[in-house]
Design a protein around this ligand. Structure first.
Ligand code: FES
Length: 112
């Protein structure tokens, strides 16, 4: 896994949603309830941009049809049968880093 500094983002405990590009991935970065989360930015339902949505009860809400995804697991709410990828986040000082695994690292995880 490689850690990438998220450019142009400083975290001071604020609530925010922002689409960022790190490690070749388009990520929805979320500051919520004193933590920072990173999820895939594209909603699996019909491609909505999750960073244009909002947070509610530990989920991010897609702005197009209001599907919700858990900020920690990426799992869709009951009945949706879908998910978005999640990525580990570290905050050092005010800088935010996102961990991205390579394709082959992800394949190895499947066969462990
Ligand atoms: S595109 Fe996200 S809920 Fe439909």
């Amino acid at each position: 896994m490689e850690w990438y500094l998220v450019p142009n983002v400083e975290y001071h405990g604020q609530t925010f949603l922002k689409r960022v590009k790190v490690g070749g991935k388009s990520i929805c970065l979320v500051g919520y309830d004193g933590e920072v989360f990173a999820l895939g930015s594209k909603c699996p339902h019909a491609g909505g941009d999750l960073s244009q949505g909002w947070c509610k009860d530990g989920t991010v809400v897609c702005p197009l049809h209001r599907y919700t995804f858990d900020l920690r697991t990426g799992k869709g709410s009951a009945g949706q049968n879908d998910y978005v990828n999640t990525y580990p986040v570290e905050v050092k000082g005010n800088a935010v880093y996102v961990g991205i695994s390579s394709f082959w690292e992800n394949i190895k995880q499947i066969f462990k």
